[in-house]
Write a protein that binds this ligand. Structure first.
Ligand code: DX5
Ligand code: ZN
Length: 241
């Protein structure tokens, strides 16, 4: 368990893009703590979502904490740009820090087999420093098949670890139960950081993650696609409690 208050972060990816401003207000009135922005480039993941103009529009539309998740190949170039666009935290993937020869290709995306190479670690520190230089927070994400030890050397450089509980690229996928033991390992290795779960989070899956030590939860489908988003946020909080 974590000693911090649980955070619920609805993902804009599941919103109706024909009326983004209204959808953001819906998340606010539903009791969201953060708004999660999923940025995809069609290279790091097999999908394209949205970019800087949408992050800027979200910043104009809300004072909620903007938690931006970059599923892109070049977070060194774009991380500081998303920070300048109004993100409060910019999260990048450890797999994107690693040169291609240090990565493992799974059918659904990238993984590392263990600790990053010296070049990968250098790159990760460089990206985190570039984001922090803008005055914003930095977070590190890891894909379902990447083990905890791949990110532990970056603990001093970030304030949050994002654990993917689906292969990134699409909302609405089923939670991968196999990632739960990794949460406890990360909690032991990073007692001072937020641990955020992303993918397939519902009232049925959130409890096991919270008991293992996660304290922030992205929820796309489980908030935006529900008839009563406020009740949905309450249900998530109750099950995480
Ligand atoms: C997946 C994204 C997630 C996703 C979560 O690539 O990083 O944030 O939108 O959506 P749900 O909650 O529907 O699994
Ligand atoms: Zn995400």
């Amino acid at each position: 368990m974590s000693s911090r208050a649980v955070v619920i972060a609805p993902s804009l990816l599941a919103a109706d893009f024909s009326r983004v401003g209204e959808e953001i207000r819906k998340a606010e009135t539903a009791g969201a703590d953060w708004l999660h922005l999923d940025v995809m480039d069609g290279h790091f993941v097999p999908n394209i979502s949205f970019g800087l103009p949408v992050a800027e529009a979200a910043r104009r539309a809300t004072s909620l904490f903007l938690d931006t998740h970059l599923m892109i190949e070049d977070p060194l170039t774009y991380g500081p740009q998303f920070a300048a666009a109004g993100s409060d935290r910019v999260i990048f993937h450890i797999e994107a820090c690693e040169p291609p020869e240090g990565r493992v290709k799974w059918p659904r995306g990238w993984a590392l087999a263990g600790e990053p190479t010296a070049a990968g670690l250098r790159r990760g520190r460089e990206i985190a420093a570039a984001i922090r230089k803008t005055g914003k927070a930095a977070g590190i994400a890891l894909n379902p098949e990447t083990p905890a030890e791949a990110v532990l050397a970056l603990v001093p450089d970030v304030d949050l670890i994002l654990v993917m509980s689906v292969w990134p690229g699409f909302g609405g996928q089923a939670f991968i139960d196999g990632v739960v033991p990794k949460i406890a390992e990360l909690r032991r290795g990073a007692p001072g950081l937020r641990i955020e779960m992303d993918g397939g989070i519902t009232p049925a899956t959130i409890g096991a993650c919270a008991r293992a030590g996660a304290d922030a939860f992205v929820a796309g489908t489980a908030v935006f696609r529900q008839p009563d988003p406020a009740a949905a946020v309450r249900a998530l909080r109750e099950q995480a409690g």
